[in-house]
Design a protein around this ligand. Sequence first.
Ligand code: AMP
Length: 220
Amino acid sequence: MHVVLIGPPGFGKGTQARHFAERLGIPSISSGDLFRAHFRDGTLLGRQAKKYMDSGALVPDHITMAMVKARIAAEDAAAGFLLDGFPRNVHQAVLLDGMLAVQGRRLDHVLALKVSTTEVERRLAGRRACQSCNLVVNVNFAPPRVSGACDTCGGRLIRREGDRERIIRRRLAACTERTAPLLVRYAALGILANVDAVGPVEDVRARILAAVPALAGAGA
Ligand code: AMP
């Protein structure tokens, strides 16, 4: 199954992505995580992407496409994937469709997680990542047991460079502006499902399943 998850950062999108990918036995592929991995590994692609990421801008499409293309060509994605954070604009969506069509594949479902702008800003401001294990938490909604420390490994919780508030507003505006035409496109293709993303992880998960029962996988 080929699924795309669209939505603003900071609303448990990654958590939902990993959950449903696991249920479906397909990889969850986050373009943001791929960029960060490239940067950590010191690849040219990672270094090229870094300056855009730090300023909250989108990485140019030719860099992004090259990276995603390589990832979805991997063996573990042969039966499908769940894309998180990609495509971010219509150009990327068109290129993705073309890439899949060549292989006789196509997207089955696009899930759009919806939240109000005020709510997004409130949540993003509380977002922290563990410096050691990369776990992302929200100190406003689920404060760690020890302030500033990761509940899982005890590592230091930090604000990622890309998450500063000035950047957050820019990311949000860019996200809304760029994803609107994307949603129009997928709605026209009849594969879009909108889900309210505000609320506990389990509630959002249940709404997702109600909207797209096929995401329950074989175990349902
Ligand atoms: P994320 O972790 O999804 O918030 O992504 C972090 C950053 O990576 C974004 O702010 C962009 O700079 C870059 N990025 C991730 N996905 C894409 C994409 N599909 N197209 C362009 N840039 C992206």
